[in-house]
Design a protein around this ligand. Structure first.
Ligand SMILES: [Mn+2]
Length: 456
């Protein structure tokens, strides 16, 4: 039955729409009954409004960068239960489309034309009342969409072809598309290419813009990191020797959802004992034992932006002296990298600083080798709409960039792994911890865990 809901997506039509269709926005084909307008008004962000000024500024910035030409960006489509193994819900917006619209609407297209009189056109499928009995209300090409999106020209998707052709003729420049091998629009792009001689990829430009977050993006990341902190606190409170890893995961993700997370940013890692040394362990099926450490690497997604936070704690609430020594070295390494974070520094430099610090302070903690030899992954990655966010890693830090600092030490022979990961915002003079909500020192963690209920 669900496949009936998948609207056939028609992009390239041989027949051009009448000019009158192209030039004006239309009211909804079927006016919704009284009282429904309010619900429609909350559609694009599922109750969250679009920061119309910010998205308009992003669109202007993109057009200023490309100078001349036309940009065409598709929205995502509903996922298929049978093919995509959907685990949260049927739809997550394409990041590039979201960046320039903040709309969570399916099957849409955004057209931008650079030049002396730049323009933005949003294409939306016509509303289909019979389908909306299944899907709920959808945004259609009407005045509601104009008001909510802040884009004054909203047209039905079946007028895309003639409008695109006209825009290309006026722009006398390249056609920019987000050429992403994973997108389902690849074939449609190939069909569109006929209309333009010069097709280029807009992703490198967009990705470099996404590297520096604006105020609205930072607000979303703050929300995601705050919720994540609450999840990590709940995980610590749910831990007790004998608990199954999935019980701790359940407490973590319950707190995510209870606090409004849309979904997890990536599969939650809850690894205990020997599993603490497997970097991307996400099976979460082992029963914990007294004396185990637990590594929880999990981030909530809110408003399309995700956190990425790791905490390591003793399942019984008390670090052994050995665990504490390793933990404190990882924590101090993280702090050393943070203390060097400021505009102009590169990720590669921070990585070197962290490794030098760990090597210099390991002593005999990791045996004959420095603990640096057991820090087997990178220190940092960009963070945003993707957990490993887009952007060139050679770019020197600038205010507004957000990235992780996540040193770790993994000693498989002892079944002992420690990773501490936080999300950091680069400021004018240095940096700010975004994910400071979850306790991090051994003292703070032990204090929190000593006050947890004996049976969660
Ligand atoms: Mn990470």
């Amino acid at each position: 039955m669900r496949s009936l809901l998948l609207a056939a997506f028609v992009v390239v039509r041989a027949a051009a729409a009448p000019a009158s269709l192209v030039a004006q926005t239309r009211p909804a084909a079927v006016p919704p009954p009284l009282g429904v307008w309010t619900a429609v008004a909350e559609l694009p962000g599922m109750g969250r409004s679009v920061d119309t000024a910010r998205v308009a500024a992003r669109r202007r910035a993109l057009l200023a960068r490309i100078g001349r030409g036309v940009v065409l960006i598709p929205a995502a489509h509903e996922r298929e239960l049978e093919r995509d193994y959907v685990q949260d819900n049927d739809f997550r917006q394409n990041n590039t489309f979201f960046y320039f619209t903040e709309l969570e609407t399916q099957d849409a297209w955004l057209l931008l034309r650079a030049g002396d009189a730049p323009e933005a056109v949003l294409f939306l499928p016509d509303r289909a009342p019979a389908q909306e009995r299944w899907t709920g209300l959808r945004l259609g090409p009407d005045s509601t969409a104009v008001r909510l999106s802040g884009i004054s020209r909203v047209l039905p998707t079946d007028s895309l072809d003639p409008v695109l052709a006209l825009a290309l003729a006026r722009a006398r420049g390249p056609l920019y598309l987000p050429l992403d091998p994973t997108t389902r629009d690849e074939q449609r792009f190939r069909d569109i290419v006929f209309s333009a001689r010069d097709v280029r990829n807009v992703r490198p430009t967009v990705d470099s813009m996404r590297l520096v977050k604006d105020g609205d993006e930072i607000a979303r990341l703050r929300k995601a990191t705050d919720i994540s902190g609450l999840g990590h606190i709940a995980a610590m409170q749910a831990a007790r020797p004998g608990a199954w890893e999935y019980e701790i995961e359940a407490a973590l993700e319950a707190a995510f959802r209870r606090n409004g997370a849309d979904r997890v940013g990536y599969p939650s890692i809850v690894g205990s004992g020997p599993n603490t040394t497997t970097l991307h362990y996400d099976v979460n099926r082992r029963q914990t034992r007294d004396g185990d450490l637990v590594v929880v690497d999990a981030g909530a997604e809110w408003g399309q932006y995700t956190a990425d936070v790791t905490r390591t704690f003793p399942v019984n609430g008390k670090f052994t002296s050995r665990q504490k020594a390793i933990y404190d070295l990882v924590l101090a390494t993280q702090q050393a990298a943070f203390d060097s974070t400021r505009p102009g520094v590169t990720i590669a430099q921070l990585n070197r600083i962290a490794r030098d610090y760990m090597r210099g302070h390991s002593g005999t903690l990791c045996g004959a080798e420095s603990c640096d030899g057991y820090f087997i992954h990178g220190l940092s990655h960009w963070l945003g709409m993707d957990v490993h966010d887009v952007g060139d890693y050679g770019t020197p830090l600038k205010p507004g960039m957000v990235f992780t600092i996540e040193p770790g030490i993994y000693l498989p022979a002892e079944g002992l792994g420690v990773r501490i990961e936080d999300d950091v915002l680069v400021t004018a003079n240095g940096a700010e911890w975004l994910s400071a909500r979850a306790p991090k020192t051994t003292v703070e963690i032990e204090r929190l865990m000593s006050s947890r209920p004996s049976r969660p």
